[in-house]
Design a protein around this ligand. Structure first.
Ligand SMILES: [Zn+2]
Ligand SMILES: [Zn+2]
Length: 410
């Protein structure tokens, strides 16, 4: 292997930039596609699956050393340009260079963007825009744009390994492209983002998220000097539930009413913003509404107030069970005791236990022990048995039915 030489051109990253954005800027400066540039930086292009996106997820130590040697950018700075810098609050997989979606609450590919930030920096992309937790630009007071206005795809900083990416231009291959190398090329700085008024709840939620990502701790509402990773785990559970069960924003909503139109427009006909508990948000407005509402719950002073706010969220006619059901996904994904308490209290508010005169009549069926008195007891307490005679071909009592199918009575 040819020893690496320091490149004749220096190009400093801009603050907060992602590694693939910086590599794209390098490609432009040297008029060299990534396929030829990366080997000069000591990087193996054969493992990249046709894109530099994975390099913005994880850069191995030996790779960072090589890139630092070739470019003069310090190793710690290079690591700060990858999502692995957020490993306290999300999970990256070094072997696949992918984010684990659950923890990051993010999309699988591409990145949302602020067109005004792109315009100001000459087409440099922020690393944070890749996280589902980033949905607004607090500097320009707008929602992030999540699709190319021309081809409708989620753009990314590079244009594949064979192309020199154009600054702020969409490098996606249009679905209607007839040639393999055809690229969209739309000017992304011309996108019109949804403006947010100063003091908007969405901007406040985004500022809180940004502070947690920067400091690694959280002190607000239910949390006191809590590790940010714990709060993001709580949000990763709560935000999708809110997407699936809460009412869509309407104009009269004091917090997110102005997003009603853009929210409605983001949904395909009959579509939903909810795509499963482990799935990230599909649009920036979905993330903005869900996280802002989740933050409004978690920002309450105690679990009682938080539960009342949560219980007020379900849309009429939507079953709220999913919103407040207990969460158990193992110790690696444990929600905080504060959120557990909040869910339990909200559950009792939304689904109060009926004043049952007879505990036995509402008891869940169980497998009988096989002893005679137990079987007779089950039959006696079977609610259907008390109300009506059994149908001819099967027992109405689940307990009895289970016994019949398990084997002959003693
Ligand atoms: Zn911006
Ligand atoms: Zn495009």
């Amino acid at each position: 292997m040819t020893p690496l030489r320091r490149l004749p051109v220096r190009l400093a990253p801009v603050p907060g930039e992602s590694l693939d954005s910086w590599l794209a800027a390098f490609s432009r400066r040297l008029a060299t596609p990534a396929r030829d540039l990366l080997p000069a930086l000591g990087l193996d292009v054969t493992t990249l699956r046709g894109s530099t996106t994975g390099l913005a997820v994880v850069l191995r130590d030996d790779e960072a050393t090589q890139v630092a040697k070739a470019t003069g950018v310090p190793v710690p700075t290079l690591h700060m340009m990858t999502l692995a810098r957020y490993n306290a609050v999300l999970r990256t997989d070094p072997s696949t260079r992918r984010l684990m979606p659950y923890h990051a609450w993010t999309r699988r590919r591409g990145t949302w963007f602020c067109p005004r930030c792109l315009a100001e920096t000459g087409g440099r992309w922020q690393l944070r825009w890749r996280l589902g937790w980033s949905f607004a630009c607090v500097r320009h007071r707008c929602l992030l744009v999540d699709r190319c206005p021309d081809c409708g795809q989620i753009p990314r900083p590079d244009a594949g390994l064979l192309h020199i990416p154009l600054a702020s231009r969409c490098g996606a291959r249009p679905a209607t492209a007839s040639r393999t190398h055809e690229r969209c090329g739309a000017d992304l700085t011309a996108s019109a983002p949804h403006e947010l008024a100063g003091g908007h709840a969405v901007l406040a939620a985004q500022r809180l998220i940004d502070t947690m990502l920067t400091t690694g701790t959280a002190t607000f509402g239910l949390y006191t000097a809590t590790a940010a990773g714990q709060v993001f785990t709580d949000l990763a559970v709560l935000a999708p539930r809110i997407l699936g069960t809460a009412a869509m924003p309407h104009a009269a909503d004091p917090a997110v009413g102005d997003l009603a139109e853009v929210y409605q427009a983001s949904l395909s006909e009959g579509g939903t913003a909810y795509h499963g508990a482990g799935s990230g948000p599909g649009h920036a407005v979905h993330a903005a509404v869900a996280v802002t509402r989740a933050m409004a719950v978690l920002s309450k002073a105690d679990a009682t107030a938080a539960a009342a706010a949560l219980a007020a969220l379900p849309a009429p006619g939507i079953t709220a069970r999913r919103l407040v059901s207990p969460h158990d996904n193992g110790p690696a994904r444990s929600i905080s005791t504060m959120l557990t308490d909040t869910l339990q209290r909200a559950r009792h508010t939304l689904f109060p236990r009926p004043p049952s005169p007879s505990k036995a009549r509402t008891a869940r069926p169980r497998t009988p022990s096989g002893r005679r008195h137990d079987l007779l007891g089950s039959v006696q307490h079977c609610p259907d048995h008390d109300r009506a005679p059994p149908r001819s071909n099967r027992s109405p009592c689940p307990t009895r039915q289970r016994q019949d199918s398990d084997g002959p009575p003693p």
